[in-house]
Design a protein around this ligand. Structure first.
Ligand code: NAD
Length: 296
């Protein structure tokens, strides 16, 4: 079992660090929040006094931070000075592709090995150890990261070189945001055309309009499987996080001259949902914005 530093013990990182400790790894954890640190201590992690202290003596260091600027700051200010040469840096945060590549290059210059390993799956999957990891890095780095990530997830997939994990994550989530909006539109249209919505679900979920947004995450309360829609759009994947991922996707698209009109439309709609105070509700609540219903 390995000595692992873990930095960022929030909604996602808390459960992930706990799963590494439960698997028998010696985890030294750090977060700016005392409450998050206390929870990590109860879950079997050793508490470090700083990010640098969490890095000292570690074979691998996992970060689960809000955004690219936090990753760049923790890497530059703490890890690059404190981690031993050859240490593996695994960043599981969702950040922009350019920053992921920049920090990996910078890590290489000081003798460290970096992979980006963002996740699919929310807080429940982080707690249960059933995340899906999309990994960007060399084959050798992936080989070192895979057994560690496997303790926190159900699937660990190499996407390509550094930044490829982030590219896969934001392209996937742009698709998810766009299909959710389209699914909501279809239900609202079916309703206005006089269809029973369960009947429309029964047809479309077996026809060519079917998608994960419809069959696993139906935005209409009482239709399809149990989803956040059945719980007042509470829990699930917050619309504000979808907005973050859509911004990353549309910005990345602009950097490489990719045409993403559906992604840009989804971004505008989730921005409107956020502006109306709905950012904390599940992202399927976009159906209420489209229908002019307001925040749940
Ligand atoms: P969060 O805000 O709950 O947790 C982030 C943690 O990082 C906080 O506890 C904060 O105190 C800590 N932190 C910030 N700066 C720090 C620093 N300099 N040093 C140490 N700790 C620091 O966020 P989250 O929901 O856990 O999300 C983390 C990442 O995972 C984000 O990039 C997010 O986009 C991604 N993600 C989240 C979900 C989700 O459902 N919440 C799903 C998939 C991916």
């Amino acid at each position: 079992m390995a000595r692992i530093g873990f930095i960022g013990l929030g909604n996602m990182g808390g459960g992930m660090a706990a799963n590494l400790a439960r698997a028998g790894h010696a985890v030294r954890a750090f977060d700016l929040s005392d409450a998050a640190l206390a929870r990590a201590g109860e879950a079997g992690c050793a508490i470090a006094a700083s990010a640098a202290a969490a890095a000292e003596g570690a074979e691998a260091i996992v970060t689960m931070l809000p955004a690219g600027k936090h990753v760049e700051q923790v890497y530059g200010d703490a890890l690059f000075g404190a981690a031993a040469v050859g240490t593996l840096l695994i960043d599981c945060s969702t950040i922009d592709v350019a920053t992921a590549r920049r920090v990996a290059d910078a890590a290489g210059i000081v003798g460290l090995v970096a992979v980006d390993a963002p996740v699919s799956g929310g807080i429940a999957a982080a707690n249960a150890g059933t995340l899906t990891f999309m990994v960007g890095g060399t084959d050798a780095a992936f080989g070192r990261a895979e057994p560690i990530l496997a303790r926190m997830g159900k699937a660990v997939i190499r996407a390509g070189g550094n930044g490829a994990g982030q590219a896969a994550k934001i392209a996937n989530n742009m698709l998810l945001g766009a299909t959710m909006v389209a699914t909501c539109e279809a239900f609202l249209l079916a309703d206005k055309l006089g269809l029973d919505l369960q009947t429309f679900y029964d047809i479309s979920s077996k026809a060519s309009g079917q998608s994960w947004s419809m069959t696993s995450y139906c935005p209409v309360p009482g239709v399809g499987p149990q989803t956040p829609a059945d719980n007042g759009y509470r829990g699930g994947f917050a619309a504000g996080l979808m907005l973050k991922d859509l911004k990353l996707a549309v910005e990345a698209a602009s950097d490489v001259n990719a045409s993403v009109p559906m992604g840009a439309n989804a971004l505008a709609l989730y921005q409107a949902l956020q502006n109306s105070g709905g950012g904390g509700f599940d992202f399927s609540s976009i159906i209420r914005l489209l229908n002019g219903d307001g925040v749940p």
